[in-house]
Write a protein that binds this ligand. Structure first.
Ligand code: ZN
Length: 237
């Protein structure tokens, strides 16, 4: 197994360019993802969708509408759990439709320890991408609070990567459809507000990522929990 004890990830792009990347996690999620695409496309904005392999397999047409809409995609694991091979399984599902490897990967819950066990995550051409603006939209029901948390985040600047969610990892259909509603209501004002400040909304494939962060597992940080540690160690290999 490919394995090393440190990882490089990125939190933002060049600060001297007026580019910002909106990223959407946990989809595709029809019809919510389509609503996001419509808002972005009506405003000349691009986004990057960090999709889950299990949803790509369930809704391949919804995944293809992201691509056909002109947006970028990345690998956000298959089940959104700490399973060995979760990124690799997702990559098979995504690559099958995309016709090429993904360039970007986001660790679920930003738990980078899962990447240490993934050949896909550790591939030299793969960029692991965090975010520097985290409005926690999934935990907010007031659209105005999501707009404010995004546009008033002190970290917001050229090169910022904003983390939003157009779906959920849950198998509960009602929850998955309901969770992004507030974000979708907030999104037009977020896009308009960013563009009014002169930011160009680009895909991650148009942003030069800089200031790589080196992540090394420590006693606690290498694994999400003692239970996960024992699970992974018992998988062997
Ligand atoms: Zn996620």
């Amino acid at each position: 197994m490919v394995r090393r004890m440190s990882l490089i990830y990125f939190r933002h792009g060049r600060r001297d360019q007026m580019k910002v990347a909106l990223t959407f996690d946990d989809g595709p999620n029809p019809p919510r993802t389509d609503q996001v695409i419509e808002i972005l496309n009506s405003r000349g904005a691009r986004g990057t969708f960090f999709v889950l392999g299990k949803w790509v397999e369930r809704w391949p047409e919804a995944f293809m509408r992201i691509i056909e809409g002109g947006h970028a995609v990345g690998n956000h694991s298959y089940l959104h759990q700490a399973h060995l091979g979760d990124f690799d399984r997702a990559e098979a599902a995504i690559g099958n439709l995309l016709g090429r490897p993904t360039q970007f990967l986001r660790a679920h819950y930003f738990n980078f320890f899962t990447c240490l066990y993934s050949p896909v995550a550790l591939a030299p051409a793969m960029k692991i991408v965090d975010a520097d603006v985290n409005p926690a939209d999934y935990a907010k029901t007031d659209p105005e609070a999501i707009v404010a948390a995004t546009l008033h985040d002190p970290a917001l600047a050229g090169g910022s990567i904003i983390d939003l969610h157009d779906s959920a990892e849950s198998d509960d259909d009602a929850l998955r459809l309901a969770r992004p509603l507030s974000m979708i209501e907030a999104l037009p004002a977020i896009v308009d507000g960013l563009q009014a400040r002169g930011f160009e909304l680009v895909g991650l494939d148009e942003m030069e990522l800089v200031d790589p962060v080196e992540w090394r597992p420590d006693g606690r940080g290498a694994f999400a929990s003692a239970a996960v540690r024992s699970m992974i160690e018992n998988l062997g290999g």
